[in-house]
Design a protein around this ligand. Sequence first.
Ligand code: FES
Length: 546
Amino acid sequence: MPVVIVDGQEIEIGANERLNCIEAARRAGKEIPHYCWHPGLSVVASCRMCLVETGQRDAATGAITMVPKLVPGCQTPVRDGTVIVTESDTVKASRARVEEALLIDHPIDCPICDKAGECLLQDYHFQHGQPERRADLQPFHSRKRDVGPTVTLFVDRCIMCTRCVRFTREVTGTAELMVTSRGAKEEIDVFPGHPLANKLSGNVVDLCPVGALGDKDFLYQQRVWFLKREPNVCGGCSAGCSIHTEHNQDAVYRLKPRENPHVNTWWICDEGRYGWHHLHDQARMLEASRAISSPTHGRTAATTPATESIEWSEVVTKLRDDLKSAGRLAVAVSPMLTVEEAWMLCAVARSIDPEAFLALGFVPTRGADESFPGGFTIRAEKCPNRKGVEEVLALFSAGGRSWNDLVDHVSAGRADAAWVTAAYPTPWIDEAGAAAFSSLAQLVVQDLFDSPLMQLATWRLPAVGFAERSGTWVNVAHHAQSFRQAIRPPAGVWPEGRLFWNMLGRRGLYDVNAVRQQIATSSPSFRALAGELPSTGVDLRLHQIA
Ligand code: FES
């Protein structure tokens, strides 16, 4: 194996690995400071913050020959025998000078800058900068430039790393951003009449190492040190991008991409990034209710059954009784549910009616899959777990049944009761679509918001959003990722999993891990879920062969 020597420490790298000095040093636990380099973008080596000393160890004699100048670590590949020195006086002096040069023109407006607390310029100043400032503080102008619907540019804070420019050229292929002027007058700008309006635009805010690019949705909402972050999965489409949900006091403030080479690399789309506001929508369903009396046939939105609120502890028993006495049951298992929730729902349904008709719930789609030059794809299927729910249904011998099959089943009068799980963040069914369910003796609808179908329901149950549930989602490429609840649901709302857990007669608090273990041991499809999953998830297909 090739060996690289980092500050005297030998580390092995793969025979075919192509690493630069920054990446090799990380393997040795050494962080080389850098601004312009990003693993997902081309290398420009313009900021000079990553300068290190390098050399080569002779394989035969062991003698080391050093390069007589500093080299950019981001641009220098390593090979067997490469020597990297990251902590010499020369290297430290170089970093301090780069910091000093950047800060001469940088406004010291950290108290009002959104980036404070997670700013590389700030962090590197304390880690690598000079203790005293040799130039006078200049009055600053926090010039702002509206570069697009999602992003504001604070011109004077920019250190010209050009990560954002390269992103729009290399990843989105839209090239809205550019560098204007030259030398000390260089600035980032958009081309006239072409704002930064691509579907991945929010990523430039994450890429900006300082506070030059501000996310309009997050601007001045919260100091970052108050935020807690939970590894999570985006529920916006079937790509299932890895994200961090950043929250404080049960309120989400922003979503950030979480690096995952198997799914989304370093990016997420704007639709996913800003797709959390429904969690705090005032119109959400907040209490469980049950029809006091209702006509069993020909209900319409105009003859909506009168309901009264009911405690969740009563829902657990009375819902089962109502469905059992109604007769034949049909259940729509929403692709917004986790694998664990879907499995428990099917088990509950079969315990009520052993012949219950189980089908995949409504699968929302919009347009076609959209791929970008950098390899990122936004999926047309706007739900995160169709694959997972289909696998669960197959375990109950109900694979292949779709939402349309369920509607046909109900329309043909082959069911007396239906339980429709939904949890969709946007409207998904109209009155015509709901009409098929108007003649059922019992209709249970579990959703985030009111809908024409909810108006027909004899049982109206609130659902929870993506950040409020725990479990596993399986994306369009069979990649499974487990996650935990980031925030608590609104007061009075039980997550679906908690209801199903109680309806199965399980004791104690809902234990998602126990359910996952049970599924993994009972099904080859989910064998991979038996152990502790890596944070980047697993490909279920790789574990299905005994
Ligand atoms: Fe190497 Fe900027 S990170 S020169």
